[in-house]
Design a protein around this ligand. Structure first.
Ligand SMILES: [Mg+2]
Length: 212
């Protein structure tokens, strides 16, 4: 049973965990699927299909990488998502949850697969930048994935791994936490369904309100 009082440092995932953007991913992807004559997805279907590496998820949607390389469709998705990013908002409870956790003296940090500069500007635009001691996204110039930057982040924190809790919304987040040697809590209102997350045997919460 995970209890916040056993930790001093939190590492948050961004997309799906704090930012409510699964609906935008579905909307942008459906636009691309429609243009290719592929079947559209509901958000429930999306939560059953979305996965890392995302290339496998694209294959499940019906993309044919022989006619259209994955790098090309993957980039098209990111560009279209970025154009509409300003439409996203935090999950409604997030501001209050972050404020209450900050008031209890925790160090809060973000580890995300989002591009670093985009991540910084998004946290500012939704008004939560100041809650975080460290915000780390991917920078292709030096990072090879979320695990690499995560290991660096944990070293920077300078506390034993058992004092750090990772909070995410996907099976990949659980893998990252395991690789970093830290505990993990997953929320079920992000990018993957509760049924899929249940298979991990990790503690789940339905909303971040349940964390306090
Ligand atoms: Mg996420």
């Amino acid at each position: 049973m995970i209890e916040l009082k056993n930790y001093t440092h939190l590492i948050w995932d961004w997309n799906g965990t704090l930012l409510n953007d699964a609906w935008l991913c579905v909307d942008v992807m459906n636009g691309m699927l429609q243009e290719r004559g592929l079947p559209l997805k509901t958000i429930e279907e999306y939560r059953e299909l979305f996965d890392f590496p995302v290339k496998d998820y694209y294959a499940k949607l019906g993309y044919d990488f022989d006619t259209e390389p994955f790098d090309q469709v993957g980039m098209e998705f990111i560009l279209r998502y970025n154009q509409r990013q300003a439409e996203t908002m935090l999950h409604p409870e997030v501001q209050e949850v972050l404020a209450r956790i900050a008031a209890q003296g925790f160090s809060q940090n973000i580890l995300s697969a989002r591009e670093h500069n985009e991540l910084i500007s998004e946290t500012k635009s939704v008004g939560v930048f100041d809650f975080f001691d460290r915000i780390r996204g991917l920078d292709d110039h030096y990072a090879h994935g979320k695990i690499d930057i995560g290991l660096h982040l944990v070293r920077e924190m300078g506390v034993p791994g058992k004092k750090i809790l990772f909070i995410g919304d996907t099976r990949h987040d659980a893998e990252v936490a395991a690789a970093l040697g830290i505990d993990c809590l997953l929320v079920t209102n992000g990018h993957q369904s509760e049924d899929r997350l249940l298979q991990l045997g990790i503690q789940l919460i339905n909303s971040l309100n349940d964390i306090i």
